[in-house]
Design a protein around this ligand. Structure first.
Ligand code: NAP
Length: 311
């Protein structure tokens, strides 16, 4: 019987693992991917995590994992398929949950959902067909394939602008297609983007479809203000239109907002006693590494409070 099972090993889950081990909680972290770190393993540079400016996302993830390992955290690989309530809790008795993966079952008194978020799709013709053949959701993973070529990025947030900056280092030309006439990204990133001679921003425009033969060669766009339709010759489309939470087919009865983000305050406690949420899948204003890490710490404090006086 575990005191706490953490589902997910991104910054929120790993932070929680460190705090939980230091608090003496018998803890298991279940991770779906063989590499811990969540979204940051695909981030080439993290420039706003206090004290380590410019750190590579993968390197930071490895540091987080090493920290959890050094505390003696126990990890299991698995895709959680269901959470069942074996016994409801009360003032003196902890609840018992059964967490099931495809191959194993674990019992625990509390659960921390730290499953994060994944890339949102455009849902336009050609997107699925050409995924892996020019359509990508990760510039740092696939950008090198388009060295010396023309590539496009869709979106106006931090990820889209970071992707465009990254691609501009190797591509002949980069188009940034954005549906409005101002970017959502942080000003410092916008300034860097604007300084690059081989980046062209296509404002007020959406992607209607992606075309190609065996690989992408054309992106069809539409100006949302004028209705004018046009095409860009491009070998790639990097889709960076945000993320959506991964909570989850397996979570029953946990209250979410309309977009699927789990509702919980700073203590990360959901409406289900014994189930907590941390990181990008929690409904909150700012989704960054620093807020995910803070959630992990706060959640474990709330888990400890929850377990006090319960067997
Ligand atoms: P985001 O900030 O939500 O931005 C998504 C962008 O995609 C927005 O510009 C949005 O347009 C656009 N968009 C959404 N749906 C669209 C659609 N169907 N068609 C076309 N465009 C669409 O998401 P993100 O850039 O993936 O970032 C996710 C979170 O991670 C954010 O909180 C971000 O700050 C954080 N992050 C931080 C860092 C860092 O601190 N270094 C790096 C990366 C990400 P509108 O602007 O019109 O809404």
């Amino acid at each position: 019987m575990y005191d706490l099972i953490i589902i997910g090993s991104g910054p929120a889950g790993l932070s929680a693992a460190v705090y939980a081990k230091r608090a003496g909680l018998n803890t298991l972290i279940i991770e779906k991917n063989p590499v811990s770190g969540g979204q940051i393993i695909n981030t080439y540079e993290v420039d706003n995590y206090l004290g380590i400016p410019g750190v590579n996302g993968f390197d930071l993830a490895m540091k987080f994992r090493e920290h959890a390992d050094n505390q003696g955290a126990e990890f299991a690989e698995g895709d959680v398929t269901a959470i069942d309530t074996v016994q409801a809790g009360n003032d003196t008795q902890a609840p018992i949950f059964k967490v099931k993966t495809e191959t194993s079952e674990y019992e625990t008194k509390t659960i921390l959902l730290a499953t994060g978020a994944s890339h949102r799709k455009l849902g336009v013709p050609g997107e699925e067909e050409f995924t892996g053949k020019g359509v990508s959701y990760c510039a740092t993973c696939d950008g090198a394939f388009y060295r010396g070529k023309v590539a496009a990025v869709n979106g106006g947030g931090d990820v889209a602008v970071e992707d465009a900056i990254f691609l501009a280092r190797g591509c002949e030309k980069v188009y940034l297609i954005h549906r409005r006439n101002e970017l959502r990204a942080t000003k410092i990133l916008q300034d860097e983007l604007m300084s690059l001679p081989n980046v062209e921003i296509i404002w007020d425009s959406i992607v209607n479809s992606v075309e190609g033969d065996d690989k992408v060669n054309k992106i069809n766009i539409e100006n949302v203000k004028t209705g004018e339709k046009s095409s860009i010759d491009s070998s790639a489309l990097f889709v960076a239109v945000g993320i959506h939470p991964l909570t989850d087919a397996f979570v029953k009865n946990v209250e979410t907002d309309d977009n699927g983000y789990v509702i919980a305050g700073e203590d990360c406690a959901t409406n289900v006693p014994g189930i907590f949420v941390a990181g990008d899948s929690r409904k909150k204003r700012l989704r960054q590494i620093v807020t995910a890490v803070a959630d992990g710490a706060n959640a474990v404090t709330a888990v400890q409070d929850f377990l006090v006086g319960k067997k």
